[in-house]
Design a protein around this ligand. Sequence first.
Ligand SMILES: [Zn+2]
Length: 442
Amino acid sequence: MEKITNLIFLGASLALSASIAMAQTQQYDLLLQGGHVIDAKNNIDAVRDVAIRDGKIALVAARIDPAQAFKVVDVKGLYVTAGLIDMHVHFYAGTGEPRSYAGDNSLYPDGFTFRVGVTTVADAGCAGWRNFEDFKQRIIDRSKTRVLAFINIVGAGMRGPKYEDNLADMEAKPTAEMAMKYKGLIIGVKTAHYSGPEWTPVEQAVEAGTIANIPVMVDFGANRKERPMAELVTKKLRPGDIYTHCYSGLRDEQVDGKVNPAMFEARKRGVIFDVGHGGGSFAWRIAIPAMKQGFPPDSISTDIHVTSMNAGMKDMNNVMSKFLAMGQSLKDVVAESTWHPAREIHREDLGNLSQGAIADVTVLRLEHGDFGYTDMYGARLKGNQKLITELTLKDGKVVYDLNGISRPDWTTLPKDYKQSGDARWDSINVPPRGRGNAATKQ
Ligand SMILES: [Zn+2]
């Protein structure tokens, strides 16, 4: 009897030491197994395993031993990309100001990002230098989403014509100073919605961008013959500056059914063309001819705010799907939503799956069926593909999981189960102690 007990004890301790040894060999926190990886930076468009450790991409390879991972998620049949970057959003919510992008027109980030695979956003000028720090403490510091910003050249920010047409509040110097104070967080300067005939907003924005060494994004406002779009993109903007709303048609983006030749000329000199769909900045009759004439966007962005998300725009996956419906390849659409915007905002640590990169990862499902997509005028284009976000990782941890592909089946858990995750790979269903601070480093 004693012998048997000893044997059992020996067996148990062997099993214990085996499991300790196994834990030590599990060098990866999380392994995404068997997905089709699209990574524009590294020119990967193939089935690959992706291993993550300490919030960073540890390895991307044809096969990675699952025994080396603490957690394995099967993503066969799905597409794996870097976390999506939406570089035109409006997220300065919570001030209480009505009819203002520094207020009621804006959204809180986290409810609208991870569910569509977006891990990084750039707020497009809701705040200027006078209220940037208020925006930072209200939104940037409290969000799990990585919130970056284009600072408005208008000191008071994007708060309607009374402010946005006020030339006296467009000053390069304090704008650049604020941008330099928050380097890496303020990634550009925005000028928007100006209705007057002067070049002042653009010139001040470019001066601020030059001092702070960051790009300028332009929403060119009213179409004025005194300051034509052609001159803006071929002369006033620098290489690397960004023209958003490029398929609106509101500022001569199309002339006699053709893409304005100035846009081709500007692209050659390095000016960037961004979608910025929004509520009133994307028309099929502009975008479709432009795509056919060889003028795809450099980057896809939503211009999400309270109105656009319930109109034709809807969300990042919907806007990406529109470009599939126009015949772009998934590889190009993903590049325009990850690596291209990362480069445009000078954050090359994002938007790619290089070894050591921040492990923001999105897992997408490409659905086939009958779908419809509407533009700013409510005109519809039919499509047979639609992108759906299945899983989103931010800094290596699950922040969204549509169908529970990372979760255990409830029947496999103890009868009185509470939490099913582990802080090593999960930030949703983990004990409060393991959850860490809601806000993370941007
Ligand atoms: Zn906008």
